[in-house]
Ligand binder design. Structure first.
Ligand code: SF4
Ligand code: SF4
Length: 377
């Protein structure tokens, strides 16, 4: 693993990474139809070692990162997770485990608590066993409920996450009831974003505008009813918006993602963008990657923008949207995010939404396939 370099002064205009996302592994016992991991998992060959991750955390902390998410795949499949959490805690990070729950036994939870883990985010696929288990292609619903109790028993804030789409939007009220029954303090209802396996299955996952409006009204009703008992976050899908999301709060602005094989990316989906020379933490120090690499500078600031973004007043607010979405829909990673109604290619998004019901008649829904076994380096 490459060590730190002696470059304490970053280039002008480059801030600090605040968020470090450690994607410890792409291995996962679940097979979600909307999984955000790369579809071509064969490309993610060997995983970083424990020592590599410790060095990543140390260097990123030195650069200013303060929040650390342990993610995957399923991070609990790594048997060194406790060791990594302990080191992260010692370095002063606020740590978050993003998990399907599989593997979070009471004994393991206690070890992670002792190691200093601050926060656990547990995902559910639905409020019904049938749909939860169908969407993940596993029998995990009852297990997740037990894990929710384990999380409460260890005094972590109970944060639940449920990805929303055509199949479970009508259940949003029951999902909220389930979260309340399980004692959740936060419930993130994140409408699916079309990357990875969700992009493959977009016609099957695409809701109608009426479904979204009904679900949002239900969420608002519950908000008024429960007050501060549980905070409900409803993340609107940008395919139904007129403006794109401020993706990653701007490329290379605050977010640093490290993939299981050591690739460093400004966004965990950036692996497939053409023309990016993605650096690897095994070969380059993180300060160098963050400040000077071609990949982290490719869409930083505004110089890369084309019209209409280049002269748009809103470019300071949304940074031109998402580069991955621009590439997937238009074939040009530097194009205006086509979600934006000012984009000359916005009609493609409208068309995706309009044609989804007809297109899904002739294509099957696909579950995430098992990743290739990843050898530990
Ligand atoms: S989305 Fe599902 S399959 Fe993908 S990593 Fe998360 S739990 Fe595993
Ligand atoms: S044109 Fe570009 S900067 Fe302007 S609102 Fe659309 S995406 Fe944002």
């Amino acid at each position: 693993m490459a060590g730190s370099i002696n470059t304490p002064t970053p280039p002008v205009g480059v801030g600090q990474p605040l968020w470090l996302l450690a994607e410890l592994t792409y291995r996962c016992p679940l097979h979600c139809v909307f999984c955000y991991n790369p579809v071509q998992l064969k490309q993610a060959s060997s995983e970083l070692t424990t020592a590599d991750w410790v060095e990543v955390m140390r260097q990123a902390r030195q650069l200013g990162a303060a929040q650390l998410g342990f993610s995957g795949g399923e991070p609990l499949v790594r048997d060194d997770l406790e060791e990594l959490v302990q080191e992260a805690h010692r370095l002063g990070y606020y740590t978050n485990l993003i998990t399907s729950g599989v593997g979070l036994t009471p004994a393991r939870a206690q070890r992670l608590k002792d190691a200093g883990l601050d926060h656990v985010q547990l995902s559910f696929q639905d409020s019904t066993r049938e749909l939860n288990d169908f969407l993940s292609h596993t029998k995990t619903f009852e297990l997740k409920k037990k894990v929710a109790q384990t999380i409460k028993a260890h005094d972590w804030p109970m944060v639940m996450n449920c990805v929303l789409h055509r199949h479970n939007l009508p259940h949003v009220g029951q999902i909220i009831e389930m979260a309340l029954d399980l004692g959740a303090e936060y419930l993130e209802l994140a409408n699916v974003q079309y990357y990875g396996w969700a992009w493959v299955n977009r016609d099957h996952l695409m809701p109608t505008r009426a479904q979204l409006q009904e679900a949002e009204a239900v969420v608002q009703g519950w908000r008024e009813h429960i007050g501060k008992q549980c905070r409900l976050l409803f993340v609107v899908p940008d395919y139904f918006e007129e403006r794109p999301k401020a993706c990653m709060n701007g490329w290379g602005s605050v977010f640093l993602s490290i993939a299981p094989d050591g690739l460093a990316m400004p966004c965990h989906n950036a692996r497939d963008l053409p023309g990016l020379q993605l650096p690897n933490v095994r070969e380059q120090p993180i300060a160098d990657i963050w400040q000077r690499s071609q990949a982290f500078n490719a869409y930083r600031g505004q110089d890369w923008m084309q019209e209409p973004c280049r002269s748009c007043d809103e470019r300071y607010k949304d940074f031109g949207g998402c580069r991955c979405q621009a590439f997937m829909v238009t074939g040009d990673a530097a194009a205006t995010d086509p979600v934006c109604s000012k984009s000359p290619q916005h009609e493609k998004i409208v068309e995706f939404v309009r044609r989804a019901p007809e297109r899904r008649q002739s294509i099957p829904i696909v579950h995430r396939s098992d990743p290739q076994p990843c050898a530990r380096a």
